[in-house]
Design a protein around this ligand. Structure first.
Ligand code: PMP
Length: 398
């Protein structure tokens, strides 16, 4: 019956992670998967999240289905987190927010919505981007193209090329952009560069689809919401998927959202209605528990303050690992420039290693990074950072 079903090649990131688990070497180092590990190499259980979870369990009543769009307290907490509680767009009812199944679920609902209502719009992805972006949009029937982004020569951004590319796009083109902590490169737009995009988006009627998966890992929880706040302040229409997987260390609870910022409340109501319809046909409604934990952390003043301090600690730990990696590499390979490890932000860095060098890093030194050269800096700790830097230096030296 199912003879004609093709074998699944597997997801390259998850497959590498499995290969790491099977590797018997004691000193192996996993910098492949996009997960924040603490200095002891563990996925943290944030005390704020733990306390919120206990409170949610304690208060637990019956478990009805949530509405298709998710829990009202989660949805309004997401809007306040992204835009600030008093943002005029929230007060005007111009934002349609759903609780997704992680932000991946939000991206999928957004992709389906765009396919139905913008069938002729192409999706433009940064070169490179998170592989699953293409998979999700193509899975919804879109065709995807790329826009210039990463500059291998500098380890920075090709902003002029990006701008020129955007200026040549047809109206209603969808531009998928990482709001902060670009995955996989760690290269972000500056605030001035975001500002420079505003007139282009407005004049060419582009439709941005922001992806905010690492809020708090760049410069801060508020600071990392700069892009959505700017676009909303400027009265632009756009979509934003946001995640709590990393910021609350709640990967398996699948907590995230999708917000569509519309020109007025009437359009927002219709967009919300169509998103509900898409959810109903797809998975009916989101799960309850994780979203209630997130809502509790975001809305309880004491837990919120704890969480903000915990996110700061995670961010600063990554920054200190970046500095240590940089310093060892500079000492080992004087004359080479490794500044990009310091300017790139968030969990990831593009190391500049070729697929062959990444392979050598794995086979000879047991250090796992992606073939693209992407390293998860959040997998470094005070015990493995030096060994990692030394292995990288050996591979880079040829
Ligand atoms: N977008 C980007 C850029 C990501 O890196 C990730 C997680 N790897 C996601 C979305 C999905 O996150 P979630 O766990 O919320 O589905």
């Amino acid at each position: 019956m199912f003879e004609h079903v093709d074998a699944y090649a597997g997801d390259p990131i998850l497959s590498l992670n499995e290969a790491f688990q099977k590797d018997p070497r004691a000193g192996k180092i996993n910098l492949s998967i996009g997960i924040y590990f603490d200095n002891d190499g563990r996925i943290p259980m944030l005390p704020s999240v733990r306390a919120a979870e206990l409170a949610v369990v304690e208060a637990a009543g019956p478990r009805p289905y949530l509405p298709m769009e998710g829990a009202a307290n989660f949805r309004s907490a997401v809007q306040a987190l992204l835009f600030g509680a008093d943002h005029p767009a929230i007060q005007a009812g111009r934002i349609a927010t759903i609780q997704g199944v992680g932000s991946s679920g939000g991206l999928k609902v957004g992709a389906d919505l765009l396919k139905r209502y913008f069938p002729d719009s192409k999706i433009h992805l940064s070169d490179p981007t998170w592989d699953n972006h293409r998979a999700v949009f193509e899975g919804s029937g879109h065709s995807c193209e790329t826009y210039p982004y990463y500059d291998p020569a500098t380890g920075g951004l090709r902003f002029d090329a990006l701008l020129a590319h955007f200026k040549a796009l047809p109206p209603r083109s969808v531009v998928v952009m990482h709001a902060c902590c670009h995955n996989p490169t760690g290269v972000d737009l500056t605030q001035d560069q975001w500002r420079a995009l505003v007139p282009v988006i407005r004049e060419l009627q582009l439709l941005p689809f922001l992806d905010l998966a690492y809020q708090g890992y760049g410069d801060g929880i508020e600071e990392d919401a700069f892009a959505p706040r700017l676009l909303a302040d400027e009265g632009l229409a756009f979509l934003i998927a946001n995640s709590f997987s990393k910021s609350m260390s709640l990967y398996g609870e699948r907590c995230g959202g999708l917000s569509v910022i519309c020109p007025d409340a009437d359009q927002a109501a219709r967009v919300l209605g169509q998103m509900k319809f898409m959810i109903r046909r797809n998975y009916s409604n989101p799960p309850m528990h994780g979203g209630q934990v997130v809502a509790k952390v975001l809305t309880d003043a004491k837990l919120r303050a704890m969480w903000e301090a915990e996110v700061k600690d995670m961010r600063e730990r990554i920054q200190s690992m970046r500095r240590q990696l940089h310093d060892v590499l500079v000492a080992k390979l004087p004359g080479r420039n490794f500044d990009y490890f310091l300017t790139q932000r968030g969990m990831f860095s593009y190391t500049g290693l070729s697929p062959e060098q990444a392979e050598r890093l794995k086979t000879e030194f047991g250090v796992y990074i992606l073939r693209s050269g992407r390293m998860c800096v959040a997998g470094l700790n005070t015990r493995n950072v030096e060994a990692t830097a030394e292995a990288m230096a050996a591979v880079l030296a040829g």
